[in-house]
Design a protein around this ligand. Sequence first.
Ligand code: PGA
Length: 250
Amino acid sequence: MQKIPVEVFPSRQEAVSQLAAETADLMRSNEAASKQTVLGLATGGTPVAYYNELIRLHREDGLSFANVTSFNLDEYAGLPKEHAESYWHFMHQNLFNHIDIKPENINIPSATIAVADIPSHCAQYEQAIVDAGGIDLQILGIGRSGHIGFNEPGSPKDSRTRAIQLDPITREDAADTFGGIDKVPTTAITMGCGTILSARRIVLMAWGESKASIVNQAVTGTVNDIVSATYLQEHANAVFFLDSAAASML
Ligand code: PGA
């Protein structure tokens, strides 16, 4: 029944401790080989505990991010960097301001690029990932629409970084933090499914009962373009890290 490897943990803290330890091992072995580590990073409520654990390893274990290059999955269109809900702001608040990553190694799609320049901006984003050597470890959450990044229903498997219309479920889920659905942007720039699937390893995290149904569809359903997370079934090194509530329908 399960078409993607799944690891179920008693709590999210145990899950993120294991994932942060894996990330630290990867960073240290790359550093020993004088190589950069390229991380694909996610936003939302899901990865916050993971980022807290990385910050703890930086502070208490001396884990250095000086050799890390990061690429974020996505960004809302139209929000200035300083907007409290921009992903630029989120990443600085929740991770980058607390570690020693070099600002020039941080990559987040631009929210304020002129519409006419979006295709070239997206092509440059793809090229920057290639130039960095590809993504070693891609971190994902999953939306109730089944999206990974902002690859909403209908996203092709080979899609690349592009502008996308947000699904009504996604906007509804963001309404509280924005202070009303009318304030949630209608479009975003997202890495494509193909961009994500090019990563050498992918870990999707999900916590809580509200994710149980979509996790079940992603892990046991047929591969389809409605639930873009089902494409992960066709990746050779993708795994879901779940707490017991998110795994409750498997
Ligand atoms: P969440 O969002 O982490 O806030 O639940 C996940 C997602 O939409 O990918």
